[in-house]
Design a protein around this ligand. Structure first.
Ligand SMILES: [Zn+2]
Length: 443
């Protein structure tokens, strides 16, 4: 007869409220050397061991220049960026530390020493970012085993959860909290196994080996930030290098990020601000695509990121013009999209992935293309069905444009629902009648 063992675990209330309000994963993957030096190195620089060369907890190999702390990367672009690094683990002072405006390490490696320092800083000073390291769970794991069957380990989780609650309540007590945008990332640097557990290579518990139980940890991306986009479990396994990448994407804009390299990718937040140009070639009423193209070239220095061809392509002649212009886009490496109604002969368009047409409807929606989303509203349609259509297919991008003519614009703006949609998504109404439009979007 087999033994059925049921372990009922109480989720830690503070951490579970954070993961319920944000993006999370219990399948985050850490580096192959699953000890704190190398793993924190990857978490805070955003690159793997091969680059930062932190091989253990007493490393002398750390290549700071090639793998700087993410806070130092941000400081490069924003001289006013202020950060604090507060840690229970003492050995972290050899590496994994930014040129902080405030740096502190616990003398006796006790979280109870660390928490008041964090609280004091949060309540009385203005740092843009904090790194806080708590060590109690790791200590309990080393002493008693990393396992949900070990009561001391569970007690340590409960205790660290209470400490997280203290930190969060100090954060929320900040006088300016309501107007501030906080991203809260919670991560462990490695997993672990119980003292008695034998792993594939005969290793007895704890952590440090290149096995799934040691490599797997959790990651939460939460907070009150308006930049948070994803709620719930991440549909993929994030990596510990995603931590620094997320922090960098939170603080830097697109232009600065282009100079930096991370092995990780940002998780759970909106993309950084980006300047985006696009041109509209409207062929809706007559055969003037080529004329518009010329105007666009003059106006935009032909460097738009995206060219939108809008029109009804009914005959061979119109399609040939379109084909010719598309080839020009391809040659220049410009993204392009075609929105409109098409005849059976327009098959060449269907082979391209870029366009989405709603067929007979006079409203054409072009799905998310790069950082903007576009709606084209036909001026012939009445406002009632326009609103209905928008409700059915609401704009879902962060930023976008709704093209329509001047008259329609005026009357649409009187609709409360329409105003709400524009406000909620930071959308802009753009007049339809201009054949060539160049915009710089700052997302
Ligand atoms: Zn440890």
């Amino acid at each position: 007869m087999g033994l059925v063992l049921i372990v009922v675990l109480k989720s830690p209330p503070t951490l579970s409220s954070l993961w319920k309000e944000g993006a999370y994963s219990f399948d985050c993957q850490t580096a192959e050397i699953t000890i704190s030096g190398p793993t924190w190195g990857s978490a805070l620089s955003g690159v793997w061991i091969s680059k930062h060369k932190i091989l253990d907890n007493n490393t002398i190999h750390y290549r700071k220049e090639e793998a700087p702390h993410v806070f130092d990367i941000i400081k490069k672009y924003n001289k006013n960026f202020k950060c604090a690094s507060i840690s229970t683990w003492k050995q972290i002072d050899k590496f994994c530390v930014p040129s902080s405006d405030f740096f502190w390490c616990s003398t006796f490696e006790k979280d109870e020493e660390t928490i008041p320092i964090v609280q004091e800083k949060l309540l009385n000073e203005d740092y843009d970012a904090y790194f806080v390291h708590l060590d109690e769970v790791d200590h309990a794991g080393h002493d008693h085993g990393f396992s949900p069957l070990v009561p001391q380990y569970l007690n340590a989780i409960e205790s660290v959860d209470k400490n997280c609650e203290k930190i969060l309540s100090s954060l929320k007590q900040r006088k300016t909290y309501e107007d501030e945008d906080w991203l809260i990332l919670v991560v462990t640097d490695h997993g672990g196994t119980a003292l008695t557990e034998k792993t594939v290579d005969g290793y007895l518990g704890i952590h440090g080996h290149n096995i799934p139980e040691h490599r797997t940890n959790f990651l939460i991306c939460s907070g009150n930030s308006s930049r948070l986009t994803h709620k719930g479990k991440l549909p993929y396994k994030p990596r510990i290098t995603d931590l620094a990448a997320t922090i960098a994407h939170f603080f830097l804009d697109e232009k600065d990020l282009q100079n930096e390299y991370f092995d990780g990718l940002p998780i759970g937040i909106k993309p950084p601000r980006k300047h985006f140009h696009f041109g509209l070639i409207s062929t809706a009423s007559e055969m003037k695509a080529e004329e518009d193209w010329k105007k666009m070239e003059e106006k935009t220095d032909s460097n738009c990121d995206l060219v939108i061809f809008h029109g009804n392509f009914h005959n061979q002649e119109e399609e040939n013009t379109l084909k010719k212009l598309i080839v020009k886009c391809e040659e220049k490496g410009q993204k392009f999209s075609v929105i409109g109604k098409f005849s059976e002969t327009s098959k060449f368009l269907f082979q391209k992935k870029f366009f989405i047409s709603r067929g007979k409807t006079s409203f054409q929606q072009c799905e998310y293309i790069g950082p903007v989303q576009i709606f084209l509203l036909d001026s012939l349609e009445d406002n009632h069905s326009t609103i209905q259509w928008i409700e059915e297919y609401p704009p879902s991008g962060d930023t976008g444009f709704i093209f329509c003519d001047v008259e329609k614009r005026e009357s649409l703006l009187k609709h409360e629902k329409f105003q709400q949609i524009l406000k909620k998504n930071e959308w802009k109404l753009v007049d339809h009648l201009f054949p060539v439009i160049t915009y710089t979007v700052s997302q």
